[in-house]
Design a protein around this ligand. Structure first.
Ligand SMILES: Nc1nc(=O)c2c([nH]1)NC[C@@H]1CN(c3ccc(C(=O)N[C@@H](CCC(=O)O)C(=O)O)cc3)CN21
Ligand SMILES: CC(C)C(=O)C(=O)O
Ligand SMILES: [Mg+2]
Length: 279
């Protein structure tokens, strides 16, 4: 399994880092078999798997439940787990307890926290306890209510400078990597130059040191509208619906199950069952 040190070396050598989200055993297994460098158990779970319209309702129990399945599916891949909404703000102690619970119960390799400001001291406290931390700047979905929706961030030079300064503070606090979500690629370029730690972009351009995409977006699994930055590498949803429809029709017209899907009594047992009469 790759480690935080390997990700640092990959940045130094110019090799891009790949990350994909996973939420259960089969998605994690597919990500590991495909050879991705890291897996993120994202709180996007709430939207693509649980059907909420934001990541706010996701709980620590939800994250652990899914992260455990991901760990079983990808035993040899570096797994990062999102700390959910409001689990790393109330106090240092509560933050450390929440992260410890995630690390110990799910077998995660690192946690991810959104934002800078007051979160910087939490990153520092976690790293101080031996928990690897991935930072997350730009569009931070847990604050979508404050930001006014899922919008591109750091669109002005001033906001860009603030984001670059925040990234440097995340690095100084001990983060091993930073997710940059939905920002102009010129800002990504500056952050990636000014930080020693690797940036992992989503809607942040090719200048990031790595890329992350949501599993369901990448494979077209679901009927949700995908953001502009997504590339669907396949589109499995229509095939899934067609298969279930086919099944439904074959059951209705008695084509399924066929004799090959069915079990038979041995001849003597059949005779015994009917006492030698009937079928
Ligand atoms: N399926 C899915 N994919 C994601 O990448 C994702 C989630 N869900 N849920 C959590 C967050 C929310 N994210 C999102 C969701 C929507 C847009 C979006 O629609 N953005 C507009 C740009 C808006 C603007 O003009 O500022 C777009 O058209 O891409 C962006 C990020 C990223 N994350
Ligand atoms: C979009 C990625 C970076 C994320 O945080 C998630 O999937 O929850
Ligand atoms: Mg997230």
């Amino acid at each position: 399994m790759k480690t935080t040190l390997d990700f640092l070396k990959m940045k130094e050598s110019g090799e891009k880092i790949t990350m994909v989200t996973a939420y259960d055993y089969p998605s994690a297994k597919a990500a590991e078999e495909a050879g991705t460098d890291m897996i993120l158990v994202g709180d996007s779970l709430g939207m693509v798997v649980l059907g909420y319209d934001s990541t706010v309702p996701v709980t620590i129990e939800d994250m652990i439940h899914h992260a455990k399945a991901v760990r079983r599916g990808a035993p040899d891949t570096f797994v990062v787990v999102d700390m959910p909404f409001m689990t790393y703000h109330l106090s240092r102690e509560e933050t450390l307890r929440a992260a410890a619970k995630i690390m110990q119960e799910s077998g995660a390799d690192a946690v991810k926290l959104e934002g800078a400001k007051d979160v910087i001291t939490m990153i520092e406290a976690l790293v101080n306890c031996g928990i690897p931390v991935m930072a997350h700047l730009g569009l931070t979905p847990q604050s979508a209510g404050v930001l006014g929706g899922f919008k591109v961030q750091a669109k002005t030079a001033e906001q860009g400078k603030q984001l670059i300064a925040d990234a440097v503070r995340c690095e100084e606090a001990g983060a091993f990597s930073i997710v940059l979500e939905c920002i102009p690629q010129q800002i990504t370029e500056s952050v990636s130059e000014q930080c020693q730690i690797p940036t992992v972009g989503i809607g942040a351009g090719v200048q990031a040191d790595g890329q992350v995409l949501v599993y369901h977006d990448l494979i077209g699994y679901g009927d949700h509208r995908v953001p502009k930055f997504v590339k669907k590498y396949t589109d499995v949803y229509p095939g899934i619906v067609a298969a279930i429809k086919n099944y439904h029709e074959e059951v209705k017209n008695k084509e399924f199950p066929a004799p090959s899907h069915s079990f038979n009594l041995k001849e003597e047992e059949r005779i015994s069952l009917y006492g030698g009469k009937g079928s």
